[in-house]
Design a protein around this ligand. Structure first.
Ligand SMILES: Nc1ncnc2c1ncn2[C@@H]1O[C@H](COP(=O)(O)OP(=O)(O)OP(=O)(O)O)[C@@H](O)[C@H]1O
Length: 260
């Protein structure tokens, strides 16, 4: 994968953007019948801010993503965009029916061609090494190739909020490192807020500025250094977050503080 120079035609994003609100979830709960999937979620995401979302299996991370994407509506509470949202989404899984022919170029062709210049689109193609994949069937791509195409598909729409749901799943360690670096160092013309759902605690604690730990409610949040000493975090993930974690189902009551 290449590291060509960015064809930025926009001024650098001002650091003050980090303070400008983009999206707010206020007291959001989501139930299906009697089953409580999420409760009392308050999250503010600022323009160009990167937020990592962690939590054990079944914590409600994908449900939260669906709420932000507008695929489902909160049972309670509200979600407010402070400026028009252009969402980009890289899903955890991308299942294509075997009978559906879908070439890489067909999928990428669905992006809005007016959002970026030809040179900027080419930057994405070059850096994600896509040119040789364009005529291939999506069905026949490897996991890493599929991730690159899905990331390109999202970026070609120049999102102002990019949601990456387990972007490193199934990637080999070298590709993982490369992809982390790519999303960490997006050129100015692609800079956007990011919500990164990850099970990779090592990366989250090392590479993130702000982490939200979800377990049907927000257990704790903050900078990695703050989280590492939080009792809730230690209960959930132990002191051994540098190793792959094993969820301890007894470690959290799965109740919002106000319900305890
Ligand atoms: N449509 C649904 N109907 C009933 N239960 C659901 C539905 N969708 C999700 N759930 C349940 O809600 C809980 C949260 O699911 P969700 O997929 O949001 O968790 P997650 O944190 O993304 O998990 P994972 O890390 O395993 O991907 C799970 O117990 C799941 O079984």
């Amino acid at each position: 994968m290449n590291a060509s120079k960015s064809p930025s035609n926009q001024p650098s994003a001002a650091s003050t953007d980090i303070k400008r609100p983009l999206l707010s979830l206020h007291n959001v709960s989501y139930h299906i019948g009697q089953q409580r999937l999420l409760s009392h979620i308050d999250i503010d995401i600022a323009v160009n801010e990167t937020v990592s979302l962690i939590g054990p299996n079944g914590a409600g991370k994908s449900t939260l993503v669906k709420l932000i994407l507008g695929l489902i509506e909160p049972t309670k509470g509200s979600i407010k965009a402070h400026e028009p949202l252009q969402l980009g989404y890289v899903p955890q899984r991308f299942a294509i029916p075997p009978i559906l022919p879908l070439r890489v170029s067909d999928l990428l062709g669905q992006a809005n061609k007016k959002r970026l210049t030809a040179k900027q689109r080419q930057f994405i193609f070059d850096n994600l090494s896509l040119t040789h994949l364009l005529s291939r069937q999506m069905l026949h791509l490897s996991g890493g190739e599929t991730q690159r195409v899905l990331l390109a598909r999202a970026l070609l729409d120049k999102p102002n909020l990019l949601i990456l749901d387990e972007p490193m799943q199934g990637l080999d360690p070298d590709t993982e490192v490369w992809l982390y670096q790519f999303i960490d160092e997006l050129p100015d013309f692609l800079r956007c807020a990011m919500l990164v759902v990850s099970h990779d605690l090592h990366w989250v604690m090392r590479g993130s500025r702000r982490v939200i730990c979800l377990n049907k409610h927000i257990c704790c949040e903050g900078r990695p250094s703050e989280l590492a000493i939080s009792t809730e975090f230690q209960k959930l993930f132990g002191h051994h977050y540098e190793q792959p974690y094993v969820h301890q189902p007894h470690a959290c009551e799965h109740h919002a503080p106000s319900e305890l």
